[in-house]
Design a protein around this ligand. Structure first.
Ligand code: SAH
Ligand code: SF4
Length: 457
């Protein structure tokens, strides 16, 4: 979501004649788009600000702005701890950025603007996307769920769905520019459509996107298990572009902890949904989020999470140590777990999952998979890289005979990667040989984070 917001900010400012630079020395404006989901992320903002301060000493006209979730909930703390900051803006003020920057660059006093409710959805603004193949598309913002550990409802406001036609138009334009894959974003995509005049549901939206010519793959994050419906499973199964890759955050395997987290589903509900997914969608890849060391988590509760992970065998998991966040209920709960125990539990789950991921990836050796090619591999420039429908990264070679052609043409892909890094708006889809194409690849070797393969044809 933050990456997408950054792309929006860059696109909007480009319209006002700003351009992106990878060189801090030559920047007139530095914007930090911040995350406050865990304390560590918030601390990073202040250490980064400390480093940027020296550029302000060299160039007193430099404007430093802080946006995003930390800006939204800690504007006063930012201006107090980093008085050299010129502008603080919230998650719902992005559309005001050009005018805020103008005020900040003219005046002596710091500018701070935080809206608590959305004034408008950011439509009709250009987005400066980094990839020419894959695009993030926000379908809603905010969250009404109030999981007891989570700061998002306080940093991103109430849940609001974007109009279906606006989403479809954005994706049609992406397709015209050569994009092949969209990832739909929302804190709980399954409640998309609630409160809209169009009365459309999330599965209904997926069906419509599936009809857009040129778009080959559709992904989405994140699904809240309590709202994950049979209808959605039907759409994933029957609509060819919707990828069989589901991120379904469990958070814990213990009913007691799930209830303290205010997640509104039980272990049994979760397992039933996973079992239906596995039996209905062949080859489905599953991933999840797990929080360890939630207040009150005993050895037995932790064991229940181990059991859940062992039983389900996720393709990957995102693990987090519980981090108390301001304003949240969980920060004040009794039974806070000490950091050493949290880290030990974290490491236990990490080791467990590494074994499972390796085992599942090993099963792919010798199999043929369709790869959407993204460009040259960053780790091995002689190879191309792309993803399976199940979102696994595959680095691959083209067979003897076609290798020369690959070498000749991938310089364009190399340029593209460079442009991606500096945030160019240029879409290179279709420019480089194979980039943006779906090619059949045989997996020859598997690892923890990526697979190696060879083009079949
Ligand atoms: N809306 C998404 C999650 C967004 S936050 C959903 O509900 O699935 C991404 C993940 O960060 C969460 O799933 C959770 O596992 C983790 N997280 C959120 N708040 C946290 C906290 N206070 N401490 C540790 N992890 C947290
Ligand atoms: Fe946070 Fe829960 Fe909303 Fe996800 S659903 S953003 S975890 S409150």
């Amino acid at each position: 979501m933050n990456k997408y917001d950054s792309e929006k900010m860059a696109g909007m400012l480009r319209k006002y004649n700003y351009s992106l630079t990878p060189d801090l020395n030559s920047a007139d404006v530095v914007l930090l788009n911040t995350c406050s989901i865990r304390e560590k992320a918030e601390q990073k903002v202040f250490s980064k600000l400390g480093r940027i301060k020296k550029y302000k000493v060299k160039n007193p006209n430099l404007v430093i702005g802080v946006g995003g979730c930390v800006g939204q909930i800690s504007s006063k703390a930012i201006l107090k701890r980093a008085p050299y900051v010129d502008l603080v803006f919230g998650t719902l003020n992005i559309h005001r950025l050009p005018s805020l920057l103008e005020t900040a660059s003219k005046g002596n006093a710091a500018v701070s603007e935080i809206f608590s409710e959305a004034e408008q959805y950011l439509e009709d603004y250009p987005i400066s996307r980094k990839s020419g193949i894959q695009a993030w598309v926000s379908i809603m913002h905010g969250c009404n769920n109030y999981c007891s550990y989570c700061v998002v409802p306080y940093t991103r406001g109430r849940e609001i769905s974007r109009k279906c036609n606006d989403i479809l138009n954005e994706i049609k334009v992406l397709s015209q520019h050569g994009y092949k894959e969209v990832t739909l974003l929302g804190q709980n995509v399954n409640s998309y459509g609630k409160g809209t005049e169009e009365g459309i549901t999330f599965p209904g939206l997926l069906e419509k996107i599936n009809e857009i010519p040129g778009i080959e793959r559709i992904r989405f994050v994140t699904s809240h298990p309590k709202d994950f419906s049979k209808e959605l499973i039907r759409v994933i199964k029957n609509f060819d572009k919707v990828c069989e890759q589901i991120h379904l955050p469990a958070q814990s395997g213990s009913n007691k902890i799930l209830s303290l987290m205010n997640r509104k589903y039980s272990l049994k509900d979760y397992m039933e949904k996973i079992n239906t997914l596995k039996s209905s969608i062949s080859g489905v890849a599953l991933s999840t989020d797990i929080i360890v060391g939630f207040p009150g988590e005993t050895k037995q509760d932790f064991q229940a999470t181990i059991d859940l992970i062992t039983k389900i065998e996720f393709d990957s998991i995102f693990l987090f140590n519980f981090s108390p966040r301001p304003e949240t209920v969980a920060a004040k709960l009794p039974g806070q777990v000490n950091e050493k125990i949290k880290q030990k539990r974290f490491n236990t789950l990490l080791d467990l999952q590494k074994g499972i991921t390796l085992k599942l990836n090993k099963r792919l050796e010798g199999k043929n998979v369709d790869i959407l090619v993204e460009g040259k591999s960053k780790t091995n420039l002689d190879k191309l890289t792309g993803r399976t429908r199940t979102n696994k990264i595959v680095n691959f070679t083209v067979r003897a005979g076609t290798a020369a052609k690959l070498k000749l043409n991938t310089s364009a892909d190399g340029d593209e990667i460079f442009q991606k890094e500096i945030g160019s708006e240029v879409s290179n889809a279709g420019k480089g040989y194979l980039t943006g194409k779906i090619v059949p690849v045989k997996i020859v070797r598997s690892g923890l984070y990526s697979l190696d393969g060879q083009v079949i044809n």
